[in-house]
Design a protein around this ligand. Sequence first.
Ligand code: PMT
Length: 223
Amino acid sequence: EQAQSLKGKKVLITAGPTKESIDPVRYFTNHSSGKMGYALAEEAEKMGAEVVLISGPSNLPVPTGVKFISIETAEEMYEQVLKYFPSADIVIKSAAVADYRPKQTFQQKIKKKDGNFIIEFERTNDILMELGKRKEHQYLVGFAAETEKLEEHALGKLERKNADMIIANDIMTKGAGFSADTNIVTIVQANQKPKKLPLLSKYETAKRILEEIVQNIIKEDHK
Ligand code: PMT
């Protein structure tokens, strides 16, 4: 029996990729499997939290005891996250959200023609940035998938997005990041030395992240 250290807390977690259509048969997505986010949802629930999991397309089973909301696009994720944000105590954004979507979605299948085909993309809303602006009592945790200058980029995101914590994964390292069952993350927070966790299962990584959040919330409550 795990300590119920998140009892009474509402935890909002996002997971998985987003899917942005170009026409009725084709779409853009990324390699996120949802494993990191689903592990966070399962562990948070075990720690006594009331969990809402908002997920892009994933083949994983929904963890028991979790309220599940399925979305496809970055825009749908934005809408659902904003809906649940006001009542959340802790928000963890482990989803890999598209930064760009095709400017135009064609109603009919695009026919092939000779020569190259150019697609114009437009920016999606940055959900984490928006939450940072709206933040009141919420403890806000973002993820950062980086290929270089891990800590520097994570610190930049922490400040720009007004987050309380950034979980940086070095996706160039074997056993870390997208799709794997394991991860290697560095927990980055303001005014604290970054904490690098070893190679762990995504469940164990999730537990460590949640324990770190609990510690910080306890500190906040005693300020
Ligand atoms: O699902 P898995 O296969 O287990 O893989 C896990 C993971 C690698 C996807 C996960 O650990 C992870 O790193 N998720 C974040 C990936 C990402 O999109 O990183 P980013 O640096 O592009 O985005 C930074 C943060 O902003 C993230 O919290 C992201 O959710 C958020 N974001 C990004 C774009 C956008 N339009 N809105 C956002 O809120």
